[in-house]
Ligand binder design. Structure first.
Ligand code: ADP
Ligand code: MG
Length: 225
């Protein structure tokens, strides 16, 4: 499903040598796995998430997603891969304030040209998956933080991506809402979804079935005893 081979990411710096943010990253994630990447702030987690999510390309090395080499694709090809394969969940939910939960969830389907009836049916089903079928017509402001994040997860799920990619999905939440999201991630995993979570919170990482540590741009698997 996901394979990175000796991936390296550098950011150009006009005055000095390029800034190397990731170095020699090797990893393999199989379909249906639930994997966490944990590391302190500034260690390169978001950079790695941008690569995994095809939002950016590696400076060197190979990235295979579903058997396809995406490392050398141009921006429009990467955009198609994202639309087809990846559901994103971010710390800040990124919901549109003036749209209801249902309209927010249906939004990516509208961008893909899906008709109104079909996209509303798919959005309702995705809201049911996250336990918010009865909140479909609420605006984000009338939902709790945990519920807003669940709407964001429904939006990521509504086009059945092969990978659900979450960057600090509980970063803005209190403990109760965090547990709600962790519970939901566990149940999505049991339903067969492939889940990658990026976090600095050990409790969130402990919830996953396999963990990688990100430290100073190096990625290593955490072996359990
Ligand atoms: P994390 O998400 O773990 O906090 P990041 O991946 O955001 O870490 O950042 C890792 C390092 O890369 C930091 O030193 C950051 O300043 C640098 N960095 C991130 N994005 C860029 C960029 N677009 N250009 C230059 N440096 C960047
Ligand atoms: Mg980050």
């Amino acid at each position: 499903m996901i394979r990175m081979e000796d991936v390296c990411k550098e950011y150009p710096d006009r005055r000095q040598q390029p800034l190397r943010v990731l170095e020699g990253v090797n990893l393999h994630i199989r379909p249906g796995e639930y994997v966490a990447f944990i590391g302190p702030s500034g260690s390169g987690k978001s950079t790695l998430m941008h690569l995994l999510g095809c939002l950016d390309s590696p400076s060197r090395g190979r990235y295979l997603l579903d058997g396809m080499d995406v490392s050398a694709m141009d921006r429009s090809a990467l955009c198609r891969v994202r639309q087809e394969k990846i559901g994103f969940v971010f710390q800040g939910y990124q919901l549109l304030k003036k749209l209801t939960a249902l309209e927010n969830v249906a939004f990516p389907l509208m961008l893909r040209g899906v008709g109104v009836r079909q996209r509303e049916a798919a959005a309702l089903e995705a809201l049911a998956q996250v336990g918010l079928r009865d909140r479909a017509h609420h605006l984000p402001a009338h939902l709790s933080g945990g519920q807003q994040q669940r709407v964001a997860m429904a939006r990521a799920l509504c086009y059945s991506p092969s990978l659900l990619l979450c960057d600090e999905p509980t970063g803005a939440l209190d403990q109760h809402s965090r547990d709600e999201i962790l519970h939901l991630l566990g149940s999505l995993h049991r339903d067969g979804h492939t889940i990658v979570v990026i976090t600095h919170d050990p409790c969130v990482a402990d919830h996953a079935l396999r963990r990688y540590r990100v430290e100073d741009g190096r990625v290593s698997e955490v072996r359990c005893l």
